[in-house]
Every structure is written in C-alpha cells, then in structure tokens.
Design a protein around this ligand. Structure first.
Ligand code: UDP
Length: 250
C-alpha cells in the first residue's frame, strides 16, 4: 500500500507516474469499480467547504498529485511527495498501456463534439486502443438512466469523466455502482487538450511549476477560480504554523 499524505485533510497518494499506472493496471484485474481523483489546489480548497466532495474524496481508491500546488504543500511540510502526476499525462500513459490490453474506454464529458475529437486523437496516437463510446458532458438528469445503460452496453471497463470538479467526482461516486466498470477517473480538461481545443503549457512552463500562469493567460475567464491558488498557499502555511504551535515548537 502506498503512503498517503494529508494536504489540508485531503489524503493524496505519494506515488510516481509509473507507480500510478501500475496501480491502475492492478485495479483493472479486480472485480470492483475503483474511483480515481486527480487533486490540485482548487479541488483541495473546494473540499474545505463542500462536505459532499470531501466525503467522495475520502472514498476514492487513489488520489494522484495532479497539481504543482499539492506537491509543494506536501514538501513544505517536510513530507516526501515523489513527483507531480498530472491527470492529463496519467490518462495518456494509461491509454497507451490500454492499447496493448483489453481495456475499453468510454469518454464522458466536454462540450458537444469534444469527446469524439479526443477519441479520434487517441486512436491516432495509440493504435489498437479501444474507445467504445463517447458522450458530451451537458446531459441532464432525465438522460442519466439512458446514459448508464449506454455505458454498460458499450462493454466499457474504464470510464473517463470530464465534467469539471466537483461534478465529475460526485457523479462518478454516485453512479459507478450501476456500471460494470473497473475504473472511473475524473479527468477535468483532458479531452479539451486531446481534442486540440485547449493548449497545454509548454514543457518548460510545466517544469517551472508555471502551468497555472499559462492557463491564466490563455483562459482569463478562469481568474476567479484561480484565486483558490493563493488562498491554498496561505492556508497551507497557516496550518503548519498552527501545528507547530500546538506541538509547542513556536
Ligand atoms: N464540462 C462538462 N459538463 C459540465 C461542466 C463542464 O462536460 O457540466 C466539461 C468542460 O467542457 C471541460 C471539462 O468539463 O471539458 C472541465 O474542464 P476544466 O478546464 O474546468 O477542467 P479542470 O480545471 O476541472 O481540470
């Protein structure tokens, strides 16, 4: 069992990318549905207020450190978080691994047409990959039963859900028992990047922990949401000071 690190009470798995892929492969051989979340600062901050999201995250089988912020927070507290495991990269690695196995992916989410474009991109990049169904993320409660039936009829054993945080995590948690899948992963904006509708930051910016800045410049409408980031940093620092004073160190 890998080590879990608490970042503002969200338990994040201290795993490398290759360990995360191996864990997902292990889950594929088990007969129950597993829930995977990809945590960034925004998700952790949301979980401070949103009790339902916090509960779903407590029930998740694996939470990877998707954002540079959560990696920083763990290290700031002197804990060993080996590396960032970005959800987008994890999905790419898992699609590549799945192309050689009997993994059948269903892509749920994104604006109309995006999941289909992401499917085409995956089929081009990972020859042999089985994408057995797609559905945009703007369905209503009335279509939900039909959607669950469609996922089951497709034979999918992996459901990738890009419905935005926290809808994707809550939706998967609520519905995964109805589905004959082994894995359910909340993947945020992954289909947009695969489809080419959103560009990912260049590698040097990712490596310099500046992906947030790239997103802010390219999608200024995210500015309000991204205020979660400085709030997160302040809260992590305050928590450490509080913990130290409780221990009598300050
Ligand atoms: N989305 C959706 N249904 C909704 C809300 C959002 O399918 O009701 C999609 C949206 O089109 C986008 C993804 O969810 O493709 C979330 O993207 P975002 O950039 O917010 O990702 P995050 O920051 O959560 O990783």
């Amino acid at each position: 069992m890998q080590k879990k690190i608490s970042v503002l009470d969200v338990m994040i798995d201290a795993v490398t990318m290759s360990e995360a892929v191996s864990i997902l492969e292990q889950y594929m051989s088990e007969p129950k549905a597993h829930l995977i979340a990809t945590a960034n600062a925004e998700m952790v901050m949301m979980a401070q207020q949103d009790k339902e999201l916090a509960e779903v995250l407590r029930a998740a089988d694996l939470i990877v450190p998707d954002g540079a912020g959560v990696v920083w927070a763990a290290r700031y507290n002197g804990l060993h978080m080996p590396e960032r495991v970005a959800g987008y990269d994890l999905v790419q690695q898992f699609l590549a691994a799945g192309a050689k196995k009997d993994y059948r992916f269903f892509l749920l989410g994104g604006a109309p047409g995006v999941a289909e474009k992401a499917k085409a991109a995956a089929e081009f990049r990972y020859p042999g990959v089985q994408i057995v169904g797609t559905q945009n993320g703007f369905f209503t409660k009335d279509n939900e039963k039909e959607l669950l039936d469609r996922v089951n009829a497709s034979g999918a054993n992996v459901l990738l859900a890009a419905l935005g945080i926290p809808r994707q995590e809550k939706w998967l948690y609520k519905n995964m028992r109805e589905l004959n899948i082994s894995l359910a992963i909340g993947v945020g904006g992954t289909f947009d990047v695969m489809a080419g509708t959103v560009k990912r930051a260049p590698l040097w910016m990712q490596q310099a922990n500046l992906e947030w800045l790239f997103r802010l410049v390219r999608q200024p409408q995210r500015a309000l949401r991204m205020l979660a980031l400085p709030h997160f940093v302040i809260k992590v620092m305050a928590q450490k000071t509080l913990d130290k004073s409780k221990l009598g160190i300050l």
